[in-house]
Design a protein around this ligand. Sequence first.
Ligand code: NI
Length: 268
Amino acid sequence: MTANQIFDKLWIEYTKLNPSVQQVYNLFINEGEVVENDHIAFRTFDDERINIDVLSKLFIKAGYIEKGTYHFEAKKLFAKHFELPGNKNAPRVFISQLKTKEFSTYLQQTVTTALESVNQEVYNSDNLIFKGRVWEKPSIKTYNKLREESEYAAWLYVYGFMANHFTVSINSLKKYDSIQKVNELLKSSGFRMNDSGGEIKGSPKELLEQSSIKSEMIKIEFDEGIFEIPGCYYEFARRYPEANGELYSGFIAKSADKIFESTDFYNK
Ligand code: NI
């Protein structure tokens, strides 16, 4: 698969589950903008069957190379980002993994049980990143218990492998050329921003500013019945040039930490 084919397929699954993302996309299109992706992000656990090395395989085959590594201390995450050399418009790929060994025996066992209920062939498949949850139907009780330790783990337990978020490149917008203008447009159109740690994460000085809308509530079939929980979210990023004039291309763990909270549970 080419990079474009991968992103098109991911976009279909992502917008099918999260109709509000398509609404935001359409909002920009109706404003006459061309929407390009700054990056696309995935979540996973650090188990060797499904870790970053496994999820990045399809992108590596499409020509992507590793460009940076990151540690999110508070969230207990390790992440890598990948780029497609020779194509500045290709979205970056950001993949994080939860350091499960730093959590309770309960969390570790829940992850292991879920992973072991699935045939290894599923993890070997090139299509893993499109498959969503590959293990059995989740339990709301388990979801809520995981949330006490890690909202990230709880989200991943329910949704599995898919784009956790796409990110609009503000640098490629014309009329909405600042993160403030983008946020105002979203709020005036009725979308809720993730304001944990402020609406804007990062600063021009750090060469990267990011914001995001809160994940919309999605009806999910659990063992115990249907419950609404947050799905995926949509992110917005503006990059600034480095001393050499080239746009900064990395990520900043310190300022992006709170953006993971876009999928935290909330009351509607
Ligand atoms: Ni992101």
